[in-house]
Design a protein around this ligand. Structure first.
Ligand code: MG
Length: 285
């Protein structure tokens, strides 16, 4: 059938209008609902050495343990700690990535808050083996689901992510729960508090070691969440990956701590870090 060029243009425009209205049926001015986030996957590769896939939908979700009201909440920094955030400013932080730009998050009422889409922040200082204390709160007003709800992360050296998530009655894949070594190990328990409540992480990390470019010791991590042990010196399998297997690449034995912007207005407060040190070191060292 012959169709004039004008007819084809009009027909194409009608199709575009149809597609647009099908995709966005809400009246103008209505805030868009967050896109639903998958609660797991069935098509990802297997985690090396495990019987589970990365973000496996079938992997058991960790058992819930209701934490006590407080554990290390408000814990003051020991004398040899670097105070990374005391509630007043972001002077110890800068923007994520290879830049010296200032940290783009806001500070108010004694906490810092992610400005969604402004990007991650990272410490100016670098750390080797460390003990880290931090407190976080997920948004009191729940928005989104699964990985879209109250997501951030403590990303050691920008490589190894201890997940921060609103895991309170929020189904998501086990290796993406609050405190997971993201994409590798679920937390041993789900110790999440309700949205808006302050929670604590106490994280002990030993950096991986290389000799002549060969990995001779994997990094490992111990994580306590609101007083509940999530990992006990668990070996890290490599750099964090989404829907993919973790891999190591050589890096310095020290690096910055990154806090993730995953699009949610997460809050942090009382962050300090101290070197672990070794036995029999004199005080002068
Ligand atoms: Mg995260």
């Amino acid at each position: 059938m012959f169709q004039s060029p004008l007819f084809r243009v009009l027909a194409a425009q009608a199709l575009l209008v149809t597609v647009a209205s099908a995709a966005d049926p809400k009246p103008a001015g209505t805030p868009a609902a967050p896109k639903a986030s998958p609660t797991g996957y069935t098509d990802t590769p297997f985690i090396p050495g495990q019987k589970w896939r990365v973000h496996d939908d079938a992997r058991p979700r960790p058992a819930v343990v209701t934490p006590a009201e407080t554990f290390s909440h408000g814990a003051a920094a020991p004398a040899d700690a670097v105070v990374l955030f005391n509630g007043t400013d972001l002077s110890k932080w800068r923007a994520g990535g290879e830049t010296d730009a200032p940290a783009p998050w806001k500070v108010e009422n004694g906490h810092m808050e992610v400005v969604p889409k402004s990007g991650a922040i990272r410490t100016k200082d670098e750390f080797g083996d460390f003990q880290l204390h931090l407190e976080f709160a997920t948004p009191e007003v729940v928005s989104g689901n699964s990985q879209g709800r109250g997501n951030s992360g403590v990303i050691i050296y920008g490589r190894y992510e201890i997940q921060v998530l609103d895991s309170f009655e929020n189904p998501t894949y086990a290796d993406g729960q609050a405190g997971a070594i993201y994409g590798q190990y679920p937390p041993l328990r789900n110790a999440a508090k309700a949205p808006g409540r302050w929670q604590t992480y106490d994280i002990i990390f030993e950096t991986p070691r290389w000799e002549k470019g060969e990995l001779v010791k994997r990094g490992n991590v111990t994580v306590i969440h609101n007083g509940v042990l999530l990992h006990h010196k668990q070996e890290i399998l490599g750099a964090v990956a989404h829907r993919n297997v973790p891999k190591y690449t050589p890096h310095d034995p020290r690096g910055p701590i990154t806090l993730q912007d995953h699009g949610n207005p997460m809050r942090f407060r009382n962050i300090w870090i101290r070197p672990i040190g070794g036995y029999d070191e004199s005080a002068a060292k």
